[in-house]
Write a protein that binds this ligand. Structure first.
Ligand SMILES: CC(C)(COP(=O)(O)OP(=O)(O)OC[C@H]1O[C@@H](n2cnc3c(N)ncnc32)[C@H](O)[C@@H]1OP(=O)(O)O)[C@@H](O)C(=O)NCCC(=O)NCCS
Length: 172
């Protein structure tokens, strides 16, 4: 589904979006995680790891594009959804504090609901105050601390995090 919200358009990612998604992910990951995660996870998130994962995950990704036909469109952010989990929410620094993040999160919630789930969840590290504030403003509730198991090159890495949940609107 493609939705339009002012100048923000949300659409499924295409393979050619992967480099832009990787760049937003690489930079945004540092903004949200430096100082907030174990060293082992920091070491695992090499620059090239974001290129690999962005390309592999196109099918789970929706992007926000802003602009118009004259000025051209740029990818301003993305979300990745798997089953009932909103796995990634990233907005390029120059598009934060705009309508982009909320439009992406709404699309992520729509995807979870469309897959038949009544409740969505996500993991956020405790020190990522901006993301936590953003989720809370959008109706997500802190369900408490838990050990998130992040994917690393040699298996999973234990990352202390908070689980956030949101009850989705009931569907007929
Ligand atoms: C998380 C993210 C998608 C949110 O999008 P955004 O456009 O920045 O969100 P908003 O600006 O609408 O909302 C952020 C809120 O945090 C507040 N905030 C900003 N900086 C903050 C800080 N350092 N500490 C606490 N709150 C902060 C803002 O004032 C705003 O709250 P308000 O609505 O009460 O004013 C975006 O910041 C991002 O991509 N961050 C880097 C990647 C990341 O951490 N992703 C989430 C991984 S779980």
């Amino acid at each position: 589904m493609v939705t339009r919200n002012g100048r923000v358009t949300i659409r499924p990612a295409r393979p050619e979006d992967a480099p832009a998604v990787a760049e937003i992910w690489r930079r945004g990951w540092r903004d949200g995680h430096l100082g907030n995660v174990p060293e082992e996870l920091l070491a695992a998130r090499t620059d090239s790891s974001f290129d690999t994962r962005a390309a592999e995950r196109t099918g789970d990704t929706a992007v926000a594009v802003v602009g118009d036909a004259v000025a051209g469109f740029v990818v301003a952010g993305f979300v990745m959804v798997v089953d009932d989990e909103v796995e990634q929410v990233y907005v390029a620094a120059e598009h934060r504090g705009t309508a982009v993040a909320a439009a992406l999160l709404a699309e992520a919630e729509r995807r979870v609901g469309a897959a038949g789930h009544e409740r969505a969840w996500l993991a956020v590290v405790g020190g990522n105050a901006r993301a936590r504030r953003f989720y809370e403003r959008n109706g997500w509730i802190d369900d408490g601390p838990f050990d998130h198991h992040a994917e690393g090159p040699h298996g999973t890495i234990r990352v202390p995090a908070h689980r956030y949940v949101k009850q989705l609107a009931a569907r007929d």
